[in-house]
Write a protein that binds this ligand. Structure first.
Ligand SMILES: NC(=O)c1ccc[n+]([C@@H]2O[C@H](COP(=O)([O-])OP(=O)(O)OC[C@H]3O[C@@H](n4cnc5c(N)ncnc54)[C@H](OP(=O)(O)O)[C@@H]3O)[C@@H](O)[C@H]2O)c1
Length: 325
């Protein structure tokens, strides 16, 4: 460690966005197997604001405190994704060089709302094409890794129908695009102001949740993906076709236990936690072929991370919220 410092945003305790502070922290230096990244863009996503406010689904609070810190976040710097340039590498790293443009993630170790972050050089970062901006790159993985994990486990197939509840957010905007890429027919659920957006991403049908309850419409789908938490399996199972699958993207402990008892309910599974270079490379391939385009609803400088948190807290952001560093 040198005496050099970097700017970072910290959450010294759990609470509202007002707890966040823009501070100087020691600049990290890479260990033998690590890469030091000069972060250029990161995101404030629904996971960050859940951790900051300990706003987690019913029954999961104690588990999250055990993992993240009992009375305050053990890692006060939030941020799960980064895009930037390699500044230096440890002695054992051969795959990356200073100047490489990369996308990476420390997973639930967080720490990306800062100017610098060290990451292991084997499996947590990938190089990105010159044509992909740092902001666009960093907007891909939060929703992208979630959707890839769920679609793989649900075995979404060409010709099937899928309803995406919460279609205009980070997860939903990727779900629409990748479901279309697979060859499914997509019904998107969001508020009317996002109808044009979700149709532009490929949605075949649109339901405005402020006027219509899809579960009571009489229509049925092969797959229902709930990205909001207001369409639990018990309420919407009548809208599933025989053999249909319910994607439990957000739900409390009781629903997680229920998922273990029903073949129709699909959870993210352990591979979702292993946010890694293989998944990132797959997302970059989808971007290169034009199957996946990043959706960025708002941009803020790192110093204004608290304003970004306030927006994400509303539950009505569009796509990803990106912090420029
Ligand atoms: N299981 C996992 O591994 C995993 C991974 C990532 C995320 N998640 C969870 O997935 C959820 C979605 O994340 P996100 O980042 O996509 O959230 P987000 O960007 O905040 O998107 C929220 C979406 O919900 C819609 N919405 C809000 N109120 C609604 C309502 N009453 N009915 C229907 N739609 C409504 C919004 O549309 P309007 O703005 O038009 O209202 C928007 O499309 C979060 O709860 C997150 O914690 C889980």
């Amino acid at each position: 460690m040198t005496n050099a410092t970097m700017k970072a945003v910290v959450a010294p305790r759990y609470g509202s966005p007002d707890v966040l502070r823009y501070v100087d922290l020691p600049k990290p230096s890479p260990k033998d197997g690590e890469v030091l990244v000069r972060i250029r863009a990161t995101t404030v996503n629904s996971g960050d604001v859940r951790m900051r406010g300990l706003n987690v689904p019913r029954g999961l609070g104690p588990l999250v405190r055990l993992r993240m810190g009992i009375t305050r976040p053990r890692q006060p710097v939030l941020g799960i994704d980064l895009a930037g340039e390699v500044e230096s590498v440890g002695r054992a790293v051969t795959a990356f060089r200073p100047g490489d443009r990369v996308l990476g993630s420390p997973g639930f170790a967080f720490g990306c709302h800062a100017e610098y972050r060290c990451l292991p050089g084997d499996g947590t970062i990938v190089k990105i094409p010159d044509a992909l901006s740092f902001e666009d790159a960093v907007a891909l993985p939060f929703g992208g890794s979630t959707v890839l994990a769920f679609f793989r486990r649900a075995q979404l197939k060409p010709g099937e129908t899928i309803l995406v509840n919460g279609a205009s957010g980070a997860v939903g905007t990727v779900a629409i695009q990748l479901a279309k890429h697979i060859g499914a027919t997509v019904t998107a659920v969001a508020s009317g102001r996002n109808a044009d957006l979700v149709r532009s991403l490929g949605a075949d049908d649109f339901i405005d949740y402020t006027t219509t309850d899809f579960a009571a419409s009489g229509a049925k789908w092969d797959v229902i993906m709930d990205n909001v938490g207001n369409a639990p399996y018990a309420r919407v199972k009548g809208a599933l076709k025989p053999g249909g699958r319910f994607l439990l993207v957000i739900g409390g402990l009781g629903q997680m236990i229920g998922a273990g008892l029903s073949k129709a309910i699909v959870t993210a599974g352990p591979e979702k936690d292993a946010v890694n270079a293989r998944i990132y490379a797959e997302l970059l391939r989808l971007w290169e072929t034009g199957a996946l385009r990043p959706v960025i609803g708002a941009r803020f400088p790192l110093a204004q991370a608290a304003d970004a948190h306030r927006l994400v807290d509303t539950g009505h952001k569009v796509g990803s919220v990106v912090l420029g560093v």
